[in-house]
Write a protein that binds this ligand. Structure first.
Ligand SMILES: Cc1ncc(COP(=O)(O)O)c(C=O)c1O
Length: 441
């Protein structure tokens, strides 16, 4: 029971607490920051004399092509990158290619995906995943995502048919997929797993680097990724036959001496391949960047940890599902809400505080894109969609209601490895400031 004295004391305390709560910026209060917080491009912020030195060597030796050039010794930048990348990703072979899209193309070729085959991919991912399955002549089949924003392992089995050849597991926005569950399904149905690590270079799942767990893995090294040469990509595998097919596919169907030496006795002969060689300029920058990967990951994870710890006690906090929080890259901290209205209010309040939060990004809900729904290809007789199954399959919003719902209820704040303590603490301050207005609304 409250007597008069305790009531007065409690009222006074409540009054001073109310006074201590800063006024929201949308209501005319002072914003947490004077200017909007903005994440930068990660890898380029770490460019220094090491990248410069590597590039200068290519220029001065006049050897921009990976296989040969002036001088007695063959150029070595791309080859060095491949060797070191394979080591860092705990795998056996790595192949440098010009982009993540080219890497997907190459990986699907290595897995011999072609007309009549089906590949299961998440409804929320990047264009390249769908497009390269179609380039291969195969049929893309969408599965829903779960609250990790990655393919929902529980939705994969219902999408498997006798034609399913590959599950494309994309580790999106720095968050590793639950690979144990995906690999168990793949094993049970004798299906191959292609890991797309474009958005999660440097992340891991239960101590294993992404890309090292499936049959084959791909990475993008484009500007928005963990390390970058502006453009770039890589394919990794432990399987020598998959590597040989990838290496041949990336260079017109033949096998060059350095890769032949790695493989020992080649298993395959010439076939019709593509033109996806990486330039020595790209290789040079990537050698320097790769040696900084651990540093960049440490930096961004430290910033993410500060934000997670700073908001951990918020009542009703619902974070993006992380199958392995320790392995997450830390590129963004995502919060989930009961409804889109609440999510949108959170974003509006955060924007006013100059700490913008955004919906999950970097990917697209592919099935609802008109050109995908209408199966528009460069040629009307593209094999993916001419078979009875290809004609019958329907894309569109109906095939991914859960994906659309999840993405409408989450928002996150991006992190940057170079954020200062002040900047990460501004993120915490802003979230804590707006939280009561959203969660108790
Ligand atoms: C999941 C995913 N896969 C593949 C790619 C393709 O990479 P690139 O842009 O290097 O071709 C991207 C690019 O953002 C991506 O996000």
């Amino acid at each position: 029971m409250m007597n008069r004295r305790t009531f007065v004391a409690a009222a006074a305390a409540a009054g001073s607490a109310a006074h201590a709560v800063p006024k929201l910026a949308v209501e005319g209060g002072r914003p947490v920051r004077e200017k909007p917080l903005k994440a930068g491009y990660w890898g380029t912020q770490y460019y220094d004399d090491q990248e410069r030195q590597e590039l200068v060597e290519v220029l001065e030796t006049r050897r921009p092509f990976r296989w040969y050039g002036p001088g007695d010794q063959p150029p070595k930048k791309v080859l060095t990158f491949e060797k070191e990348f394979a080591g860092k990703m705990h795998t056996r072979f790595a192949l440098g290619v010009p982009s993540g899209t080219a890497a997907l193309n190459t990986a699907l070729a290595a897995l011999q995906v072609g007309p009549g085959d089906e590949v299961i991919l998440p409804a929320w991912t990047w264009h390249s995943c769908f497009n390269t399955i179609v380039f291969a002549g195969a049929l893309p089949v969408f599965a829903e995502i779960d609250e990790s924003f990655n393919i929902d392992p529980a939705d994969i089995e219902s999408k498997i048919t006798p034609q399913t050849k590959v599950i494309l597991a994309a580790h999106l926005q720095g968050n590793p997929c639950d690979m144990d569950r995906i690999l168990a399904i793949a094993k049970k149905h004798k299906i191959r797993v292609l890991e797309d690590c474009a958005q999660s270079v440097g992340a891991s799942f239960n101590g294993r680097p992404v890309g090292s767990m499936g049959d084959i893995g791909i990475y993008s090294l484009q500007l928005n990724k963990t390390i970058t040469a502006g453009e770039g990509g890589a394919v990794v595998t432990k399987d020598p036959v998959l590597f040989e097919r990838a290496a041949r596919y990336h260079d017109l169907g033949g096998l060059r001496p350095p890769h032949q030496q790695m493989l020992g006795q080649p298993e395959l002969d010439w076939f019709i391949g593509n033109g996806f060689r990486m330039s020595e300029f790209t290789g040079a920058v990537l050698v320097a960047q790769l040696r900084k990967l651990a540093r960049i990951v440490l930096d961004v994870r430290a910033n993410a940890r500060r934000v997670y710890e700073g908001i951990a006690d918020l009542e009703g906090l619902h974070l993006r599902y992380r199958p392995d929080p320790m392995g997450e890259l830390g590129s963004a901290v995502f919060l989930g809400f009961e409804s889109k209205q609440k999510r949108d209010r959170f974003m509006a309040l955060m924007k006013a505080e100059n700490v913008p939060a955004h919906p999950p990004g970097g990917s697209v809900v592919l099935p609802v894109l008109p050109h995908i729904e209408n199966k528009v290809t460069v040629h009307p007789a593209w094999p993916s969609f001419t078979s009875p199954r290809g004609r019958a399959i329907e894309y569109g919003a109906e095939c991914c209601p859960r994906t659309l719902d999840i993405l409408s209820r989450f928002a996150g704040v991006s992190l940057d490895p170079k954020y200062t303590d002040r900047e990460t603490s501004d993120i915490v301050t802003a979230i804590r400031k707006v939280w009561p207005a959203v969660s108790q609304a």
